[in-house]
Write a protein of this length. Sequence first.
Length: 627
Amino acid sequence: MFDREQLTEDELERLKELSRLAKGDIITMTTLAGSGHPGGSMSSLDIYLVLFSYAHLMGKPRDRVVVSHGHTSPGVYAALARLGHLPVDEVIAFFRKAKSPFEGHVVKGIPFIDWSTGNLGQGLSAGCGFAIASKIRKETSHVYVLMGDGEQQKGQISEARRFAKKYGLSNITVVVDYNRLQISGSIGNVMPQNIIENYLSDGWDVFEINGHDYSEIYQALKKSRITDTPSCIVAHTIMGNGILFMENKEKYHGNPLNEKEYKDALEILGLEDNLAFYREKRKGIWEWKPPVEHEEIAIDTGEPFTYKVEDKVDNRTAFGKTLKDLGDRNIGKGRPICTFDCDLAGSVKTGDFAKAYPEYFFQGGIQEHNTATISGALSSTGILTFFADFGVFGIDETYNQQRLNDINRTNLKLMLTHVGLDVGPDGKTHQCVDYIGLASNLYHFKVIVPCDPNQTDRVVRYVAKIKGNFLVGMGRNRWPVMYKENGKAFFGDGYDFIYGKMDTIKGGEDGGIITYGGMVSRAVEIRDNLMKKGICLSVINMSCVREIDEEVMGELLKVPYIFTYEDHNLHTGIAPFIASYLLKHGYRGRMESFGVKDYGTSGDTDEAFRVEGLDVELMTEALLKAM
């Protein structure tokens, strides 16, 4: 901990020697791998050595570290190894080798590293998420975000600065490695910026230091813990510090040394050339996996609400009511729930939760990128986290942020409203017709599109209790309550949501329509029209749009016609999943897909459907023609 006034002479000498050895490790591992970022790793190295030596990193609660400029991983690994937290020889030999944890950009699970990074500009947002977790739990732990100077050009950092100041995150410290160089040269030539002024203008405390002076680094880190605002330490450093021919040369930002340069550098450092030893060692396999913390989440999901058609409740309103109910049952009982919004609370229906639990509601403003990352990072700390937004913002605009959330195996509940042509009058820029396709690229996100308010209620309670990332899609309009033949709500009392299960809403022996969300009620209308012509089709609700229910699909293999019908890009929705299944199982009938073929038009929702040939009347004709 930073509990003493200053470092002793012995400590300063120890850090100086560790830095010398670690610089040798950095140039050895990057030369051996044939790639990497030695220059920036060496300019950040002394910061890492002081931070990892004196931050409270053991036990719980502990300080958290986010290395936003993840390409400086050689510096991180070398510092941790020389401080005894990683095996030195393995770090050097297996840097950037498949199955090794010592990847080219730092990954979560390496000791004291809390976030996988590399996509520049997201680290501060992640740090804000961790800082919120500490505030909610009333912990004294601190969050350190290490960043590059060129990285400050990213707009998401501005979003994160404002958020941190708004919510009083005084438990967060940014350290900027200010070596003034990036890949293409001087930061002033590549993209001029006023780093210090930007932080000051957003209300942060700023300290300027020599980033290679251990005493100054220590004092600044110590001082930043006791301020009442977020703090930024601008550390003036030298690219390639310690090896004269590398210093202040952008060439070495992302290029390893050749063998002559390598030998010259080792001579300057007074170190032996062990490259042959490490080459031989690298021929082996080392699959050690660093430990990853897993925090279980216990949530009281309560009893579901059941709506009738006369209640006139849409899916997003059902979500909002369930969210408030979850808050009532858990907040104040040691089970915090947090919700994030981007200036759309009235539309995404998080308003009731916000009024009841203002300390657990975070208004991110029109800053979707920042909000996506903060909510993801917070969700990874064991706090149940919802992020509600329109589809075009929550995944289209923030795909890269959700991808990094997925890489970090977060526990985010992404609630997307206003998906599909259902958005209608807002037009093509707001009609999110690609969310399933985008989410299908994310390996660990599960996607659910409930078809009525009752199923929505049960889906929200389900995702709250199941660990992992979920995307729940909802439309803008009110989708009808689905009923059974006996007049009871299909998804009412007695219904339990089971992930991956398809629901047979209506039976039929002449064919089947597979659909989901707001299209289910339209499919029922199409079926009713065809019944008048003596054709009986089944209607299947595929709410888990990426999952095949073997039992239901086994029955559909027996019918001569199968149709997919969706308010989504025809090529990236459920059609590919269904077609793949039918092909594998030797289906002998005819399959045809109906969906959105181009960006939609701005108009009444039914008009938008009609233009795409997806309204009930045109679909009835299309299915008749197909059969």
